[in-house]
Design a protein around this ligand. Sequence first.
Ligand SMILES: [Zn+2]
Length: 450
Amino acid sequence: MTRLWANAWVVTMDDAGSEHASGWLLEEDGVVRAVGGGAEPEPAADARVDLGGAVVTPGLVNTHHHLYQTLTRARAQQADLFAWLRQLYPVWAGIDAEAEYAAARAGLAELMLSGCTTVFDHHYVFPRGRAGLIEAELQAARELGVRLVAARGSMDLGASRGGLPPDELVEEIDAVLADTERLATSLHEPAPGAHVQIAVAPCSPFSVSGRLLEESAALARRLGLPLHTHLAETVEEEAYCRELYGCSPVEYLEGLGWLAADVWCAHCVHLSERDVLRFGETGTGVAHCPTSNLRLGAGVAPVRDLLDAGVRVGLGVDGSASNERGDLFLEVKQALLLARGRGGGGALTAREALRLGTRGGAAVLGRDDLGSLEPGKCADFAVWRTDGLELGGADDLVAALVLSGPHRVDRLVVGGEEVVRGGALVRADESEIARAHRVQAARFAGSPRP
Ligand SMILES: [Zn+2]
C-alpha cells in the first residue's frame, strides 16, 4: 500500500536541511519511500491525501519525561528541586498500575497532540509490592499508537544512607537488575521501526549508589540497551556531590563509566567548559528540558556550547510535576528563547530549535530510523495547519510555526498510521481519558496550597 501525502511544505530534517515548499511525501507500509517538491511521482500512489498547504515536520521525539507525574501537578510551587522532591516522594509512594495507566494515557495523549510520535519515559518510583507499572505504560502507548521507550528506573540510596528519597521508596540492587532484565527480555524490540524499547535508568547521583550505577551500566551493555540518568540539574546537586563524593556530578559519573556514546543525561544545566568538551569527545547525549529548568529555578543549560562541541542534544518536557504542560512543541520554542536569553539573538535559529525536537531527539535515543523524513526512515510525521490566526503575515511558515508555538497538531502519523486526525485522537476519546485521569489523580490530592 502506497500513499502520497501531497500539497505541503515538507521539512525533512535531513543532513542538508532540505525543505520542499510545494512538497510531497510518498509512504509505503509505514516507511518513507520518497520526498520531493513540484511534480508528483509517477505512477500514482494507491491513495493521495491533500494536506492543503500545511507544514509537515518529522514527528517530535521526547527524550525525558515522568508520565506518572501528571497525577501531581502544581505542587511545591516555589520549591527548588530537592525541596520539591522531598514534598512529592511520599505522595508518589501511592502509585500503582491503575494510576500509572491513567497517568500514561493522559500524558501520552497530551504529547501526541503536540506533534510527538516517540516518547521516552523515565519511571523510577517502584513502591514495594506494586507490580505492572512499566507494563501499564506500554499498554497505554500501544492503545494510543505512539512509540514508547520506557526506562526501568531505580533508586537504592535512601535517606538513612545519605540519599534524598525516603528509605521506603528505595529498592535492593539485585531486585532492580533482575526486573530490568525481565522487562528487556520480554518487551525490548531491537530492530529498526521498534514501537517499544526498554532503557536502563538509575535516577540520579543523589538517589542511587555508585554500585547500582556501575552494575546498571554493565547490564545495559550486556543487553544492548541505552542508558539514562539525571545529571547536573541544580547547584544543590553540585554541592551534594562535592560533599559526598568529593567531585562534581559529571566527574562522578565519568569515574563510573557513564560518559559514553550509549548514555544520555537529562538537564546538564551546570556544566564546566571541560564537561561540555568531555560530552562531545565521549558522545554522551543530553536531554534539554527548558521549561522544567525554569519552573524549578534550576538555571539555563549551555545548549549552544553543547551543539558547538558536537554533542547530541534532544528536548524533553520532563515530568508534569515540574512542567505542568506536556507539550513538546512548546519546548522547541522554549529552547529557542532560552538559548537567546543566554547567548543573544543569534544563539539558536528556529530551524535549529526544531531540529533539537526531532532529529536531535532521535539521535539522543540512538534511533537512526526516526527523526527525519528520508527514504527508508519510519513514516512518523506531524502535519501543522497554516491557515490559523497566528501564522497570518508570515512568509516563512516554518520559522513562524516555531516562533508562534505551541500549536495543536492537525494530523499525527506513526509508522504510516494516522493516530491524530483533525486535531483529535483517532483511537481514543480525549474527554474520557481526562475524566479517567481525574478519578485516579483524586487519590493523590493534597492540600490546595503549597
Ligand atoms: Zn526528570
